[in-house]
Design a protein around this ligand. Sequence first.
Ligand code: XIL
Length: 460
Amino acid sequence: MIDPHRPQRRRRVLAVATGLTAGLLATAGALTVASTADAATTLGASAAATGRYFGTAVAAYKLSDSTYSNILNTEFNSVTPENEMKWDATEPSQGNFTYSSADQIVNRARAQGMKVRGHALAWHQQQPGWTSNLSGTALRNAMLNHVTQVATYYRGKIDSWDVVNEAFADGGGGGRRDSNLQRTGNDWIEAAFRAARTADPAAKLCYNDYNTDGQNAKSNAVYAMVQDFKSRGVPIDCVGFQSHFNAQSPLPSDYQANLQRFANLGVDVQITELDIEGSGSTQANSYASAVRACLAVTRCNGITVWGIRDSDSWRASGTPLLFDNSGNKKAAYTSALAALNNGQPTDPPPTTTPPPATTTPPPSGSGCTATVSLNQWNGGFVATVRVTAGGNQLTGWSAGLTLPSGAAVTNTWNAQASGSSGTVNFANVAYNGTVNAGASTEFGFQGTGTGPGTASCTAR
Ligand code: XIL
């Protein structure tokens, strides 16, 4: 049995064993063992091999369910109490703190070497009833006392705290959400972060939100806050992206670029509540994309799914998780693990991207076409490039894009860029060079300045 929490050690042991046996035994046998064992077989072990965690939301009352706890123990190396650390759970009446449910999760996780994400110190939802009688300074002080008490109680046990959750408004306004906490003054967020830092200096302090997964008015507003906090020395270490996806709110095409731009501000980024409604290969592909986005961002140091089995989900009818109601691994599990292991992601079934009957065949000799879609904002862009094979299977490709003057590529995913300005060639990487006849694959890049509108494609 593989211990999911000690993959680094396991790898080192294997490397030594391989080195020793190489001189003593037939090398071929030793090498086969090493390379097979190198692909981790659990989510936590695989994430840990690149220095990351793979966690799940946990409900204390489910820990006695053996199917649930077996999967938890085997697959994950981080936990987030799903409800047990929220304000209503930890301070049901003012000044009286209860930690028994949260402690069940925290103590058990720590005994097994798992990390704990604390969720959440200050939030407009799931507040105890007594807060509705307070406003102004009294509410501000009650909130700060809550932050201080809870973060002090768990000092040294929490890897990352969601200090403030969901404080920004949806829609195009780009402003703060109205709430009782917001009405105590715009500085409530930084006050909460300062209190949390004082209470637990070692915990990473995160701002966490939803609908901030791609670049939009809301994530721009959070970005501006983080930038401002950094410039003024307000303690913030990480930004959490909840990543609740479904048909209405799908995984954004600029997910990775958005994680990267926050990381570029000097904070860690974490995928904190991942769930993707759907089923089969569509869901599996989305999970693989989400995982790959995190892996491509150095400062994306962990992924948490919001529950274990579909039936554990807060949106169970959308079957958004990695295990089915019986605890069996779904296709989404397999593709998430493969992506973590940096293996070949699940290919979309050929029927999902049929060559339209009216498509003009690619120019003879090129073997492929490339089209660009741009998400342009003032001073920057994300380009998503779709490479489509012609009548023959591609076994390697290269796309050429000429950037307008002054523009530069800052970050590329799913391709290898040569150069960063002028005409830049993007070659396939190991897992996406093979494209069946008529099928497509996508890569992307982020840049400063104005993005290019067209691309050429060459089979290689
Ligand atoms: C959800 C829990 O999963 C549910 O059990 C509870 O009834 C409501 O809250 N964003 C968050 C999480 O930050 O705390 C929410 O969790 C889901 C949305």
